[in-house]
Design a protein around this ligand. Structure first.
Ligand SMILES: [Zn+2]
Length: 125
């Protein structure tokens, strides 16, 4: 599943606010290329960068469904931001010290409490 520019833009807007990006960090859509001139080997990606040129490019074209792609993207961005912030839990689980975990529930992409999904789960979009 390869998201088009509009869908990827919606994902990045939602994740930018939910992951509470620090002011020095930017998240934008880009293109991943496999060092090739063939158009079918170019795919959308999410580029997370800051002023120190610590850049991460998350490829978003290889998941079976849009929900799987969004969950994987959310998790990879969350992991990278946790390293940049020395482990600050974002988004934080309400009432718990840990971060919410992105996953799919009945086909929907959600943030959920890793200890007790019944306690807190809400849609990513
Ligand atoms: Zn929790």
């Amino acid at each position: 599943m390869i998201p088009d520019g509009n869908l990827l833009g919606r994902w990045l807007d939602a994740l930018s606010s939910q992951l509470e990006l620090p002011p020095e960090v930017t998240l934008k859509a880009g293109t991943w290329e496999n060092g090739s001139d063939f158009p079918d080997e170019r795919y959308p990606c999410a580029i997370l960068a800051d002023s120190s040129d610590q850049t991460v490019c998350v490829f978003v074209g290889g998941d079976p469904t849009a929900e799987d792609a969004l969950v994987r993207l959310a998790g990879e961005l969350q992991d990278d931001l946790a390293m940049r912030s020395w482990g600050t839990p974002v988004p934080q689980c309400p009432g718990h010290p840990h971060p919410l975990r992105p996953t799919t529930v009945q086909g929907a992409a959600v943030w959920t409490c890793p200890q007790d999904p019944e306690r807190h789960t809400h849609p990513i979009l």
